[in-house]
Design a protein around this ligand. Structure first.
Ligand code: RFL
Ligand code: PHB
Length: 400
C-alpha cells in the first residue's frame, strides 16, 4: 500500500481469510473452534452470497465436517440422504444404488443452506465477517508478515497476519498474487453450459437423474420435497433470459425418458441462470504464506457435484496444517498442503471430466466418439465393477 494513503491499521490476526463463500466460512468456523483468530473479508453482502444458487450434493466427508463443527443440526433434519442416483440414456434408465454397491450415500442439502448455517454459527462465535469490502489486495506473501489491504466505507484498511487463506473463488485476487514464474495453470473449457432453474414444484423422482440424450444432457435434482432444481445443456454463450419457462420445461421433457417426462410437475421458475463448464487447476495451491482453497485454486464442471466438496476437503487439509502449526509449532503440514490437497483435487477433476464426457453432446464429436460414448454408457449399466468405481467417486474419495 502506498505510504501517503490514510489507512486504518487493524489488529493483527493469525489467519486472514479472503472470501466468505463456503470454503472461507467453513475454515473460519473450524479455526474459531480451535481458538485460532481469524477474520473474513467478503466483497459481497450477506444477502447476495445467500442468493447464489449453486451446489446441492454433499459427500460424506463434507457432511462429517459440518457435523464436527456444530453446524449439522438443520442439515440432519432437513437434508435428504440419497442412497443412489439414476442414469438414463435416451429411453433406457437404470439405478445405481451406492449403498448396495459400497455401503455409502450422499446428502442432498443446498449450498445456500450450508452457507446460512455457517453464518449463524460464526455469528454465535463472534467471528468478524467484513462484507462489501473493495479493492482487496494481498502483500508480502513471501515474508513472515503478510498483509491484506482493502477499502471499506471509503476508508483504506490494512491487516497484518501470520497466514492468508485465499478462499475468494475463481475470479478473486488471491491466485493472481502467486507469481507467474511459480504458477502452472491447467485448463479445459467445454463448448457448452448448464441452464438451471429452481422451481417450487415436487421433484420428479426421489433420486437425482443424470440423463444423456441426443438433444443434450439434462439433470433432474432437488433441494427438498417441494423444491426442484433442473438443468439442461445449452451452448456456452446462451443467455438465461432467452428461455421462457415453457421453453425450458418442454426441452427438459424431451431429454428425459418418456415415463419420467410424463410425471414432471411444472411451475414458474424462481431462479434461472446459465453456468459455464470448465475444468481448471492451479499448481501449486500455496505460495509463501498464502494458501488457496476451493474455487480459487480449481474449478470442476458441475457434472460430478464435486466443487463444494473439494472446497471442503481443501479446508480440512488446511485447517489440520494450521492447527499443527499453532499447537505443535510444526510447519510440515503447511509445507505439504499443496501436494496433499492436489492429490485429491486431480482425482475429482478426473471424475468430473469423465462424467462430463460421458453425458454431454459435444458439437465436434465424430461418429466414432458417439459410439464410444454409447459403449461406455452400456459398460456402466452392465458392469458391477464400473458401478462400484462410479459410486466410490460420486460419494467421495477418502481424505487420506
Ligand atoms: P465461492 O463460492 O465462489 O466463494 C468465493 C467468495 O469469495 C468472494 N470474493 C471476494 N471477496 C473479497 N474480495 C474479492 N476481491 C473477492 N472476489 C470474490 C465471493 O464473493 C465469494 O463469496 O468459492 P468457494 O468458497 O471455494 O466454494 C466453491 C463452491 O461455491 C463451488 O465449487 C460449487 O458451488 C460448485 N458446484 C457444486 N459443487 C458441489 O460440490 N456439488 C454440486 O452439486 C455443485 N453444483 C456447483 C453446482 C456450481 C454451480 N455453478 C453456478 C458454477 C451447480 C452449479 C450450477
Ligand atoms: C444441484 O442440485 O444443483 C446439482 C446436483 C448434482 C450435480 C450438480 C448440481 O451434479
Amino acid at each position: 500500500m502506498s505510504s501517503n494513503k490514510d489507512f486504518v491499521r487493524e489488529m493483527r490476526v493469525q489467519v486472514a481469510i479472503v472470501g466468505g463463500g463456503p470454503s472461507g466460512l467453513l475454515l473460519a468456523q473450524k479455526l474459531s473452534r480451535a481458538g485460532i483468530e481469524c477474520q473474513i473479508l467478503e466483497r459481497r453482502s450477506r444477502r447476495y452470497v445467500l442468493s447464489r444458487i449453486r451446489a446441492g450434493v454433499l459427500e460424506r466427508g463434507t457432511v462429517d465436517q459440518l457435523r464436527q463443527v456444530g453446524v449439522g443440526g438443520r442439515m440432519d433434519f432437513q437434508g435428504l440422504e440419497h442412497h443412489g442416483c439414476l442414469l438414463s440414456d435416451g429411453d433406457q434408465i437404470f439405478s445405481l444404488n451406492f449403498h448396495k454397491l459400497i455401503g455409502k450415500s450422499v446428502m442432498v442439502y443446498g449450498q445456500t443452506e450450508v452457507t446460512r448455517d455457517l453464518y449463524d454459527a460464526l455469528d454465535r462465535s463472534g467471528v468478524v465477517i467484513r462484507h462489501n469490502v473493495e479493492e482487496v489486495s494481498l502483500h508480502d506473501i513471501d515474508t513472515d508478515a503478510p498483509r491484506v489491504t482493502w477499502q471499506e466505507n471509503g476508508q483504506f484498511h490494512e491487516m497484518v497476519c501470520d497466514y492468508i487463506a485465499g478462499c475468494d473463488g475463481f475470479y478473486g485476487p488471491s491466485r493472481a498474487t502467486i507469481p507467474d514464474s511459480v504458477k502452472h495453470e491447467f485448463e479445459r473449457s467445454y463448448p457448452f453450459g448448464w441452464l438451471g432453474i429452481l422451481s417450487k414444484t415436487p421433484p420428479v423422482e426421489d433420486e437425482l437423474i443424470y440423463s444423456r440424450s441426443p438433444r443434450g444432457f439434462a439433470l433432474a435434482s432437488m433441494r427438498n420435497p417441494s423444491l426442484s432444481r433442473y438443468y439442461i445443456q445449452v451452448p456456452a454463450d446462451e443467455k438465461a433470459d432467452q428461455w421462457s419457462d415453457e421453453q425450458f420445461w418442454s426441452e427438459l421433457r424431451r431429454r428425459l425418458p418418456e415415463k419420467v417426462s410424463q410425471k414432471i410437475v411444472t411451475g414458474p421458475s424462481i431462479e434461472k441462470s446459465v453456468a459455464p463448464l470448465r475444468s481448471f487447476v492451479c499448481e501449486p495451491m500455496s505460495y509463501g504464506r498464502l494458501f488457496l482453497c476451493g474455487d480459487a485454486a480449481h474449478i470442476v464442471p458441475p457434472t460430478g457435484a464435486k466443487g463444494l466438496n473439494l472446497a471442503a476437503s481443501d479446508v480440512h487439509y488446511l485447517f489440520e496444517a494450521l492447527r499443527e502449526y499453532y499447537d505443535d509449532q510444526s510447519s510440515s503440514g503447511l509445507q505439504n498442503y499443496s501436494d496433499t490437497a492436489l492429490r485429491r483435487v486431480w482425482k475429482s477433476m478426473r471424475f468430473s471430466w469423465s462424467l462430463t464426457h460421458l453425458m454431454h453432446i459435444f458439437p465436434n464429436h465424430t461418429r466414432f466418439d458417439a459410439r464410444i460414448q454409447i459403449a461406455e454408457f452400456r459398460y456402466l449399466r452392465q458392469s458391477t465393477a464400473a458401478q462400484r468405481a462410479f459410486a466410490e467417486n460420486y460419494t467421495g474419495l477418502p481424505y487420506h
